[in-house]
Design a protein. Structure first.
Length: 233
């Protein structure tokens, strides 16, 4: 990780700590765990949109990965009231997003019988916040998060490829992507009487995942949608 990325991550963690520490101090006399602290696990559907332009061919190729796929997430969160029915939900955790493609004709290999599909997975550490407005036991709102890409894996499947054996293979395509990305999103949650939390989120990529080296040729964006269940103290 580069120095400026360490500095950014440190600043974000400090901000999150400042938000949590006041309640931790108040909680020392009554409970070790502050009110509002919680955890969630979840999973959901992912989309990856990939558009590449070839100057030599003067042609744009689209290779979107939107086939149904399920990827997991886990996070620690802290929610506190800002004013009346308005609260701020902050979180950090582990998340996977990316996209799967269906079996289709390979556009790069000029062979009518060649078929191809792949799975691109981003393993990430994410940190963000969501402003929520409460309606009874239901809260809804929007927010922002940053994703630190820990690992990017591409699994490719070929049939009738004259240059590659049939079956699955794993490729390193991390050089296409940046180390960081950002999303804006929406969340709705329901708080049960037993402090269980049921949530649903939609996250929309607002940055180009492609590196600056390929910025004029590659435009890569992602969306991911999550169902979560958790507990809040």
């Amino acid at each position: 990780m580069k120095r400026h990325q360490y500095q950014l991550l440190t600043c974000l963690l400090i901000v999150l700590s400042i938000l949590i520490l006041p309640d931790l101090t108040r909680a020392q006399s009554t409970s070790f765990i502050p009110t509002g602290l919680g955890f969630e696990i979840g999973a959901g559907y992912n989309q990856l949109f990939w558009r590449a332009y070839s100057p030599s061919l003067d042609k744009t190729t689209t290779e979107n990965r939107t086939a149904f796929s399920i990827m997991p997430s886990f996070r620690i969160n802290y929610k506190f009231n800002v004013y009346s029915n308005i609260s701020l939900y902050t979180f950090l955790g582990f998340n996977e997003f990316g996209g799967y493609s269906k079996l289709h004709k390979q556009t790069v290999i000029l062979d009518a019988n060649a078929l191809y599909k792949d799975q691109i997975t981003f393993k990430t550490f994410d940190l963000g916040f969501i402003g929520l407005y409460k309606f009874g036991d239901v809260s809804i709102g929007g927010g922002f998060k940053l994703n630190r890409h820990l690992q990017i894996r591409n699994r490719s499947y070929y049939e009738n490829n004259p240059h590659t054996p049939n079956g699955w293979s794993t490729d390193d395509i991390s050089y296409f992507f940046k180390d960081w990305s950002a999303d804006s999103g929406l969340r709705i949650e329901y708080s049960t009487p037993l402090r269980m939390i049921l949530g649903a989120e939609s996250w929309f990529g607002i940055t180009n995942l492609g590196t600056s080296k390929y910025a004029t040729d590659f435009h890569i964006h992602e969306n991911h949608f999550r169902l979560l269940i958790g507990y809040r103290f």
